[in-house]
Design a protein around this ligand. Structure first.
Ligand code: SF4
Length: 462
């Protein structure tokens, strides 16, 4: 059924076209919340700053870490929280999970983190056992006393990137921390937090299965992680200049067969090393993953009707059938906040159960009752086709992925979307441009149309 692995990862569903602030705000206030779902709500704080830029990363971020810039950012987050609570009527909403991510949340000082936490707890009602996650970067997390401060704020889960252990590739990717420092940080964090998760990437251009096997061996030996988030290298997210360097060096993208084999190899290695698979991308030693299925992925991918309220430029919110994003340009975002207006740049509505009906392959299973409630007329036929082709199977009260299905999760997400949404997720044109350019020219200036075009897509894809 699927021949090529989708080059595009669906990070969050649904998506929508840019509407602009006024149209978004009008649409948001005109729309009716689909309430009474009983799903929990998380808060996500997006900190779009990094000390240095990793070449593969497409997240919105800046390297301007001056104290006044970061303080202004914290002021803006507090204003967003106030305006969202007041204008969208969320004051006092019950919150069951909190995530600080980015970018790099660890560029913030403890005093800045405390200001945001105080604003959040003054505005919303946090459950006593709310899961709190802090995503950072090795060098800033390793500052003296920093991890302890983060733990004292109540964060119980911490995560940071390793990506690859290969020193040459680390240099090419501009990954600054040494492998030894990453191992030390993992050990120190493990003593303080209930879960310490590291990010790891496979599918680097030109690096085959043998290379990945060696990379994973080094990861397990030196870092010995207890939780791993496994991602595939996404060339549509990488910097065009970096791609050009790779291609000029003669490295080429891996084909679908190699990518599928690498995912299966990684799956096998992690499971054999005592890290069972928790979801499409997560592997975790027993007892070392918080209620990930019920919490982190539930909120971001919409399982069990969970909601997420996002703050920070680029953050998305999915609450009670309405999705919006603070996706405007930086100056416009700041200006609107000063005027007391929510800087919303993207808006969409979705129906009850739709997010979960599309995203469930990430978790690997979905209740038959959820499927029965979902009302897209084309959906049952799609599930039947997947059953016939052996990607999924059905037991008494659930559908679940087969071994084959786990390999094709990116394609399954696209396949299960309603037609009207699929067009927002197609970037074939962009892909063609990347491939065409590196053949046609070695002049970085020739890549500018791509950079601009990617900028537009990023606005939709934040
Ligand atoms: S991978 Fe993390 S640290 Fe690196 S640029 Fe992206 S957000 Fe920043």
């Amino acid at each position: 059924m699927f021949r090529e692995l989708s080059t595009d990862t669906v990070y969050a569903y649904p998506n929508a076209a840019l509407l602009g602030n006024t149209a978004c705000l009008r649409a948001l206030s005109d729309s009716r919340a689909d309430t009474g779902w009983g799903g929990s709500t998380a808060v996500y704080v997006h900190v779009p700053f990094c000390a240095s830029l990793c070449q593969f990363c497409g997240f919105a971020k800046s390297t301007d870490l001056r104290r006044e810039v970061l303080n202004r950012f914290v002021d803006q987050i507090c204003a967003e929280i106030d305006l969202t609570a007041a204008q969208l009527h969320f004051t006092g909403r019950r919150i069951s999970a909190l995530y600080f991510g980015g970018g790099t949340a660890s560029v913030l000082t403890p005093a800045m983190i405390e200001r945001i936490l105080t604003k959040l707890t003054d505005t919303f009602r946090f459950e006593a056992d709310a899961e709190m996650t802090f995503e950072g970067e090795c060098r800033s997390l390793s500052r003296r006393g920093y991890l302890e401060e983060v733990r004292n704020f109540g964060f119980r889960r911490v995560s940071f990137g390793v990506q690859t252990m290969d020193e040459t590739f680390r240099e090419i990717l501009n990954l600054k921390p040494s492998v030894a420092d990453l191992g030390l940080l993992r050990g120190r964090a493990e003593a303080l937090f209930d879960e310490v998760c590291i990010d790891f990437i496979y599918g680097w251009p030109g690096l085959g299965r043998g290379h990945l096997a060696a990379d994973i061996r080094a990861l397990l030996d030196v870092i010995a992680p207890t939780s791993i988030e496994l991602f595939r290298f996404e060339k549509l997210e990488a910097s065009p200049k970096f791609l050009q360097c790779l291609y000029e060096t003669g490295l080429r993208d891996l084909d679908t067969a190699t990518l599928l084999a690498q995912y299966a190899d990684a799956q096998k290695c992690f499971v054999e090393a005592g890290l069972p698979q928790v979801s499409y991308s997560k592997f975790s030693r027993d007892g070392h993953s918080l209620n990930y299925d019920e919490s982190y992925s539930a909120h971001f991918y919409g399982f069990d009707n969970a909601n997420v309220l996002g703050f920070g430029r680029g953050a998305q919110s999915f609450v009670d059938g309405r999705m919006w994003s603070f996706g405007l340009q930086e100056h416009e975002h700041a200006q609107l906040l000063q005027q007391g207006v929510l800087p919303i740049g993207i808006f969409a509505t979705y129906r009850r159960d739709e997010r979960e009906a599309v995203s469930w392959p990430r978790r690997g299973h979905i209740g038959a009752d959820v499927v029965a409630r979902y009302r897209d007329p084309e959906y049952p036929a799609r599930l039947q086709a997947l059953l016939r082709a052996g990607y999924i199977m059905r037991n008494e009260d659930a559908y679940q992925l087969t071994e084959r299905g786990w390999l094709w999760v990116p394609n399954l997400l696209h396949y299960l979307m309603p037609r009207t949404q699929r067009r927002h997720f197609r970037r074939d044109e962009l892909q063609g441009l990347i491939e065409g350019r590196h053949e046609a020219s070695s002049d970085p200036a020739a890549l500018m149309p791509l950079v601009r075009m990617r900028g537009q897509y990023k606005a939709v894809y934040v």
